[in-house]
Design a protein around this ligand. Structure first.
Ligand SMILES: [Cu+2]
Length: 150
């Protein structure tokens, strides 16, 4: 009995987490890397007062190339740093700098300027999870409902 309740609660939590995540992502421009089979994932990021896009969806288990193009001279955005990968690169104005990443585990990986003022996020998730569900399905119907099993 106790185990059943726990499982139900975990399921509800997962659903809520998914909903929050879904709407958070869908509310902003986002880029899912082109998902050609087995190929490198290519993402182009414009750097100008921030990162555009600042949310980048990647599939796990495949290498990625992030192409940063800095279109300003402000010192703030001069470097881009990926603390999780111990990568930092200078971004000369007007040049495209490519950062190659090995295949990643699902998760969230932040990147930022050297001062941490401009921020972006890589979200590594299975394509089916991120893009395979229709909005308006049963998950959405549960939003805001707190299910307490009797
Ligand atoms: Cu900065």
């Amino acid at each position: 009995m106790a185990t059943d309740v726990l499982l139900v609660n975990l399921g509800a939590l997962a659903a809520i987490a998914w909903i929050v995540w879904y709407f958070w992502l869908s509310g902003k421009p986002q880029v899912a890397a082109a998902l050609a089979e087995g190929s490198v994932q290519e993402v182009f990021v414009k750097v100008r007062g921030g990162y555009d896009p600042d949310l980048i969806l990647l599939a796990p288990g495949r290498p990625s190339r992030l192409h940063f193009n800095r279109q300003e001279t402000a010192a703030c955005s001069e470097m881009v740093v990926f603390p999780d990968f111990e990568i930092s690169r200078r971004l000369p104005t007007g040049e495209t700098i490519t950062i190659e990443l090995d295949p990643l585990e699902p998760g969230r990986y932040d990147f930022a300027c050297q001062m941490g003022m401009l921020r972006g996020k890589l979200i590594v998730t299975n394509g089916g999870e991120a893009g395979g569900r229709e909005p308006g399905g049963t998950e959405q119907g549960r939003e805001g409902a707190h299910h307490h099993p009797e």
